[in-house]
Every structure is written in structure tokens, then in C-alpha cells.
Design a protein. Sequence first.
Lengths: 367, 422
Amino acid sequence: MSDIHGGKDPLVRIAKRSTISKPKAWAIRLISLLLALVVCAILIYSIVKMNPLQVYVSMWKGAFGSSRRAWITARDVMMLLCIAVGLAPAFKMKFWNIGAEGQILVGGIVTAACMIYLPQLPGPVLFLVMLAASLLAGAVWGVIPALFKARWNTNETLFTLMMNYVAIQLTSFCVAKWENPPGSNSIGVINQTTHAGWFPSLFGQAYALNVIIVMIITVAMFFYLRDSKQGYEIAVVGESQNTARYAGISVGKVFIRTMIISGAICGLAGFIAVSGASHTISTSTAGGRGFTAIIVAWLAKFNTFTMILISLLLVFLDKGAIEIATAYNLNDYASEMITGIILFFILGSEFFINYRLIFRGHHKEVE
Amino acid sequence: MKKLLVLLLGLALVFTFAACGGGGDEPAEDTPEESGEAAETGDFKLGVVLVGDENEGYTWAHMEGIQKACESLGIDHTDSNQVVWKYVVPEDESCYDACIDLVDQGCTLVITNSYGHQSYAQQAAAECPDVTFISMTGDTAALSGLPNFKNAFNYTYESRYVGGVVAGLKLQELIDEGKVPASAIDADGNYKIGYVGAYPYAEVVSGYTAFYLGVKSIVENVAMEVQYTNSWFDITKEAEAENALIADGCIITSQHADSSGAPSAAQAALEAGTTVYHVGYNVDMLAVAPDAALTSAQNDWSVYYTYAIGAALNGEEIDTDWAKGYADGAVMISELGPSCAEGTQEKVDEVIAGLIDGSINVFDCANFTVNGETVTSFMAIDVDGDFVGDEGEAIEDGIFHESTLRSAPYFSLRIDGIKELN
């Protein structure tokens, strides 16, 4: 290529890799994580003059320091994972579902409504009603943009984003309607004394049910995407809509069907958030996790099992950051810097997995 | 390729060790030591759950109060074996998680500082009967029936009343000097004043009514407009609300919201030639509004914290509801700004003395009417959950007694002369 310009080879050239072996890809990821920890260590030491190892140990303690902390970490991992699993089919068919926040909120609203208006129902019945209602609400919220996209080819990114704002306003309305006490703009814990509509404890663990539900969906989605005909159609639509059409796949139908599934699972995440964790609803119930889950889904390349690892990493970083702030009386921002650096390196590692650097002189690849 | 991998790994390790080695030389004074330094305070360990951090005025006032209390009680608030701080805890299940985590860490007293934390703190209190929980500014402790769940508040309405007096004196001065524009007088001949409120509930209503009555004690014919932001802390919304009030002609404004948005907007308007002065909240606003700020109503939370932490330290029972005011030094106003009218300090001292000796009652029913009538009865406590008071007569001998039946304010009457705009 250098001959074209007639000059010297550049010091470094970047070329796309055709393939990369799995161990090599994971080695790159591991190295980037280690490098991130080193950079953080330097930063921690130079800014706050603390032993970085000690800081890392407290991060670990913050996430897994006690069985209670481990369960809370598990609960939050499951929440993030559930949303990411819900987003996976939509993103795999390149349908930019930015609307998980809204789908979570509507799922949460109907769940809270069931808890408030139907507390007299027997526990298992109420549970099923809430489950069905949240799935339906999320599906409706997800399918509206899909219908418009299929029929009028509207832009789904903007549409789902706008649906978030509608859901947020709807939540504000419901909070104002159900607020306790009036004017306080918060609902507080619903059914605090009766625990009606709360997830029951299984094996003595309040969050065991969260884990079970999300793990079932994670496994089911893995096989749905990999082995089912519908999963294959999603993959084809994602690769090329024209190919899909040529192969006789009704693209609009796939959009609609997939967004029903995607929205329903996000609605279910709202159900788990309200009934299984917070026992209340507010505009911050989704808390930005609908966006974070997009990172999870993409980083995992829509492999739902890889998503477990990535969700765990993100939640771990979050819990760790909170613990550092408490243990060392540091401001939140200091620990968020660490989170930011680690994420930067992990996202950056994807570059080195997809591309390789070729240095001048030796024609050997280097990552 | 493999060589390079090994090299990189090696480098990474070297860097890590180098960094750690450097870190290891430092005396680990800021880090939690496992030694038993907390000997003098025995098994006592305090956990604090804060809605914000030192960058937010409301939380800062609480942090300062707890730090002062700890200093006077011989507790080292920087030692995580004695006090564990949790910052920026949202008002959702994270608050419950934080409370339980503090219990797991051995805390025997847990304080949450925001109203929205209350139901989560209560949930934790129900599950951990051996640990005392204090939900600041909360209102359900007595009704919850939990012996280890407490509420506390200050007579903030007293300092708001005094702030109103300061504002009233300024208004009087403007009237005397003929500086009140026609736009600041409404059709009934009342002077227009304004208030930026957070949420339309009792705590805010009680506060703005006290401010209004303070102004009214100086200038009889005033009418107040209240603009809500529906947020405790939102600089932009508070500034917008303030601007709306100023545009409507309000010449004196005050606030019950936590940012400096409103005084900054008042300062900008004043510099642009509109006459408007402002009474702030929590923090001294002179830094952002050197000309427009008159004073700020403030709480000194150290009075309560010294009492509560001291009681817990000595194994004594903490009051289920605690509320105190000027008489105990729990409320105050910040330093008077240079724009204040002449003689303000003397009048303020006189009013404070009156509040302390009981000759001035903020909510004297003779000083306000509701729908043109004097109020003679008000039930303060709602026991059946319909948000209408069922018991607890707050009015006695023509005086509405605020925060005596319960620490959290319950004065939710909308009195004549005040109009809520949204």
C-alpha cells in the first residue's frame, strides 16, 4: 500500500481482523482489564495517596463483603440482565430500541396499580395478575413503535425515545395520584405492613425469586435466538433487510413480533423492580438501567450468557464505587472515575479484538 | 504474539506492585483500621444515610450538625469504626439496603436525613428491633408503633417567620422611600410578595405561611403568590419560578427549595433594574446574591443530633418525636445582608425574644383567616390513612400549635392572602 503514496510505511497501520480465536479475544479483554486496574491504581495513588490494592479490596467487599451484600448485588445484576435480555432480540435485528426505560416504567406502573388496588387477592393469584399485566403493558409499549416502523417506516430510535418521555409523565401522574402523604411526591413503600404483592422469600432469601425468573428468561432467550426459526429470522433481518425480503421473510411481521417479546421482557423487568425490589414506583424506578442494558447487550454480542458476566461487572463496579465513597470518605466522583476508566478500557478492548495494529518493519500482527 | 502477551502482563504486574509499594509507605491514617480505637465510645456505632453530599445545602447542614454533635460527645466522625457515612443514597430501596448494611456493620443508631427515606428506614426498623432508626423530618414514627423508630424536626417555621419580619422591614422601607412600582400592588391595594415552594404539602405550606405572617406583622396589606417546582433541588426550575414571580410583580420573595437558583435570579433581576429582594433557605445566599439576599432561614441540626446521639450513647431512650426552635437554639437566620432596612437587627432580636418567651406565636389564629373566617379547630393527626386529620386538636386558646403533637409540620391550612399559582 505504501507504494501508492511512494513514501514510507506509516509507523502503525490498522487492519481489520478477519477472525480471532476465542482464547485470544478473551486474553485481550483480560489484558485490558488489568491495564485498567493499573491506570486506576496510578490515579488513586497520585490523587488521594491511598494504597490501590486496599481500595480494590474494599470494592470487592462492597459487592460481596457479606451474604446480604452479595444478594443485593445479585438482585441488581438480575435486574440489569433482565433488561439486557429483553433488548437483545430487538438490537440483534438492528431495531434500535432506546425505549427500555419506558417499557420498564409501564410494567412497573401496572404492577404498582395491582398492589394498590388488588391487595385482597390471594398471593399466588395477585402474583400471576401482576406478571400478566406487566408483560402486557411492556409489550404494548414496545409494539407501538414497531407497528409504526412496519407500516410507515418511522424512525424507531426517536419513537422509542419519545415513548420513554410519555412513560415518565405517566409515572409522574400515577405518583401524584397515589402519593402518600399528599404533596410529598412519593408513594413510599406499598403495602408496608401486609406485604401484599411482594415477592415471597424463597429458601430464606428475599431475592431468590428474582434470580430464578431472570435466569429462566436468560436461558430461554439464548435458545430462542440460537435455535428457533424466529431467532434465525431476527438474525437475517439484522444482517440485511433486503436479504430477508428476498428470502421471503416478512420484515414488518418480524419487527412487530420481536418488539412484543422485547417490550414484554422489559415490562417484566418493571414488575421485578417494583414487586421484587423497591415495592414502590417513581420516575427513577428504571434509573437509567434501560440505557446501561444497551451496553450490556452490545458488549455481549447478544449472547445472553455473556450478558451475565457483563452485568455482573457493571453492578460490581457500581457497588464497589459506593463502598469506596463510604469507606474512605471520598466523594462519589472519585469512585466514578475508577468505574469510567475500567469501562473505557473494556470498551476499548473491542477495538483490538476487531482490528489489529501492524507496526512498520515487521509484518507481524500485534494487538 | 505470546511474548508480547507475557511482556504486557509482566508490565502490568510491575506497575501494580510499584503503585502498591508506593501506597504502602503512606501511613494508612484515612483508611479503616481494624484496631479497637473506639474503646471510649464502647459498642456505639453511628450510621448516617444522606440524600446528598457536601455539595448540597440541605445535606451539608445535616453533616455539619452530626459532625458538631460528634465532636461535643467525643466521637471521632472520621473514624469508620465509630461513624459510617453513606452519601447520595436515593429515596428508593437503596435506602433500605443502606440501612440494613449499616446494621450489618454493627451500627446501633442509624440516621436518615431525607423525608423520602422514611418508609425504607421504617422497613429496616421493623426488621432490626435492636437498632434505633431516626428518620429526620419524617412523620410516621408515632403511628408506626415501632419503639426503635424516631422522627425529629425543628421549628423551622420560627426562623421563616423571622425571615418574614426581615423581609417586611425591607418592604416597609421601600414603601416609605416610594420605590414600590405600580406593578407590585394588586387590585386590592396589597403589596405582592412571592414564594418558591418545593411541593404542595404540609411542611412547605407551614413554612410559607409562617413567612407570610412574618411579613404581615410589619406590613399589613400584603398578598403572596406561591410557585411550586415539584422538586427539592433544581437550580433551573427554582430560577424559572423566581423569574415568573418577579415578572408577576412580586417585590419580595422567599423559598423552600434547596438550591441557590431563586436568589441568583433575584440578583440578576435586581442588577437589571427590577426592585426585588429575597430571603433564602439553609445556606447564606449572600455569596450568590450580595445585593438581593436579605437573610436565610436556617436550621442548626447539631442541637438535635447532640441530644439524640448523646442519648443513644448513654443507652437512654430517644423521644419518638422531637421538635425544638429558637428557645433551644435549633433554628436561626443567617447574617443580615447589606440591603436590609435600618433597624432590622434590633427588630429581629425583639421578635426572637418574643418567640422564646412565648409572647409571639407564629400561628396566632387572630392573625389569619381561612375563607374569611377565624379557624377554631384543626385535627392534626391522620390515623386511618385518608390524609385528613382525625385526632389531635392543634388549636388551643386561639393559638395553632405547630409541631407539638408530632415533630413534622402539619399546618396545611391555605389561609387568605396566599395564592398557589400551580
